[in-house]
Write a protein that binds this ligand. Structure first.
Ligand code: UFG
Length: 343
């Protein structure tokens, strides 16, 4: 019988790509999502790619009794992959209570459910934001966790601490936190991808929307950083590579391959790319020039960060494989596809 995995936030950007990879690797999936930042059509698109429609439940994970009812309805859950969370850094500064309430309560409800309904495994979506501006690059998992610069970032730090403490107390539970660097790109089918509501906050959706004529001009936030071309550097990882790492993590948990019951891994490419390099590479692979202007730095941005991927490569046996060129092309194909649907 197929193993059943709960994917919270499964209609979202990383969630939907992970659902596809899980289905293609023989798992049965139930998504819980309240569609607060995603669309119900994603279920159709997942079905078009995989030939399978995942089960779907629409409710808010902050409601303890709804989480318990869900666990009674699906008594044979093998693992949870917990993506569902609020994730806009700037917004979290404006409405911190909502961010803390939502991101922490949902995790606590899921952990209580794991304890009470015998769900043994969880994979948690964490972020390289926990490192702040790292002292040493590439950044390793044992680098110091810096004081978070936003309530959003703090929810990721607190969540990791909650997981660590909980896993110490309940030896039957196991967890892996995956610290994502900057996920970009879309599925090769162009049927799923990132769907920012309103004006995009992240670089690549802004690049594709500017190339597509939806935005007039891309602002490059700062060219006076201590980097070769002066613009900020990040580790951009293809979302499909990232999704595949979740399947590997699930297999590690299910097969009891981990020696401790809580582990943390960086998920990046190990390579830093500047904002200007992203623009140049995008222009090269698409043949479209991007109208951009250098402006002052964005408050709260760090200068540079990229991952040390040794632990994920050696312990998980996972490595990012898709090139930046193919990834940016996939982001552009997705942009064209959604524009043809939502004219
Ligand atoms: N940038 C621009 N112009 C834009 C948008 C971004 O120049 O319009 C630059 C930023 O200054 C930065 C780079 O592009 O140098 C990447 O910015 P993103 O907003 O795409 O991503 P961040 O690295 O700021 O943030 C991401 C996630 C957060 C997470 C953080 C962890 O979006 O959720 O990584 O470091 F917290």
């Amino acid at each position: 019988m197929k193993k059943l995995i709960l994917v919270t936030g499964g209609t979202g950007y990383i969630g939907s790509h992970t659902v596809v990879e899980l289905i293609e690797n023989g798992y049965d999936v139930v998504i819980v999502d309240n569609l607060s930042n995603s669309r119900i059509e994603v279920l159709d698109w997942i079905e078009q790619i995989t030939g399978v429609r995942p089960k779907f439940e629409n409710f808010n994970l902050c409601d303890t009794s709804l989480v318990e009812n869900f666990c009674r309805k699906y008594p044979k859950l093998e693992a949870i992959i917990h993506f569902a969370a609020l994730k806009a850094v700037g917004e979290s500064v404006e409405i911190p209570i909502e961010y803390y309430f939502n991101n922490i309560t949902s995790l606590l409800n899921l952990l209580s459910a794991m304890r009470d309904f015998n769900i043994p495994n969880i994979v948690f979506s964490s972020s390289c934001t926990v490192y702040g501006e790292p002292d040493k690059l590439p950044v390793t998992e044992d680098a110091q966790v810096k004081k978070a610069t936003s309530p959003y970032g703090n929810t990721k730090q607190i969540s990791e601490e909650i997981l660590e403490d909980t896993l110490k107390a309940y030896s039957k539970l196991k967890a892996i936190s995956l610290r994502y660097f900057n996920p970009i790109g879309a599925h090769k089918s162009a049927l799923i991808g990132e769907l920012p509501l309103g004006v995009p906050l992240n670089l690549v959706p802004f690049v594709t929307q500017t190339a597509g004529g939806i935005r007039q001009e891309l602002k490059v936030f700062g060219d006076d950083y201590n980097t070769p071309d002066g613009s900020g550097i990040r580790d951009y990882i293809n979302v499909v590579d990232l999704a595949k790492a979740h399947v590997v993590a699930i297999e590690r948990l299910i097969q009891h391959k981990n020696l401790t019951n809580y582990e943390v891994f960086n998920l990046g490419t190990g390579k830093g790319t500047s904002v200007l390099e992203i623009i140049k590479t995008f222009e090269k692979v698409t043949g479209i020039s991007v109208n951009y202007k250098i402006v002052t730095r964005r408050a709260g941005d760090i200068e540079k960060v990229w991952a040390d991927t040794k632990k994920a490569n050696e312990v998980l046996g996972w490595k990012a494989s898709l090139s930046l060129e193919d990834t940016l092309l996939s982001a552009w194909n997705w942009e064209k596809h959604i524009r043809s649907i939502f004219k």
